[in-house]
Design a protein. Structure first.
Length: 100
C-alpha cells in the first residue's frame, strides 16, 4: 500500500527533525528517520501490524520510539495509508484529541 503523510504529520516530522539536529546531533536525527522509515515500510506491507487505537476507532497507533508515536488510517478503497499525526508521548494525552 502507498503511505503518505498528512500536512500536519509532515510539518511535525520536519519540526522534530530540526529539533533533533539542533538539540542532539546528525547521528540521532538520522537514526530516528531510519526507524520512522522502517515503520512506514512495515505498515505498507502489513497495514494492521500495529494495534488499533482504543480511543479512536479505525485509527492505528505505531510506536517509533519511546517518545514518538504516529497514528494512521487505512483506506482500502484507494489502497492508501494516511499518517494523520506524529505525537510526542510526553505531552498530555488530551492534546491528541485535537489532532485526530
Amino acid at each position: 500500500m502507498k503511505v503518505y503523510l498528512s500536512n500536519s504529520a509532515e510539518n511535525k516530522l520536519l519540526k522534530l527533525s530540526e529539533y533533533l539536529l539542533e538539540n542532539w546531533n546528525l547521528k540521532t536525527r538520522d537514526k530516528f528517520i531510519e526507524k520512522f522509515t522502517e515503520k512506514i515500510n512495515q505498515i505498507s506491507l502489513q497495514p494492521k501490524s500495529c494495534p488499533e487505537s482504543i480511543e479512536f476507532k479505525g485509527i492505528f497507533k505505531c510506536v517509533v520510539t519511546k517518545q514518538n508515536t504516529f497514528y494512521y488510517r487505512i483506506n482500502y478503497k484507494i489502497n492508501e495509508i494516511e499518517i494523520i499525526t506524529i505525537f510526542d508521548t510526553r505531552q498530555r494525552p488530551n492534546k491528541l484529541n485535537k489532532e485526530i
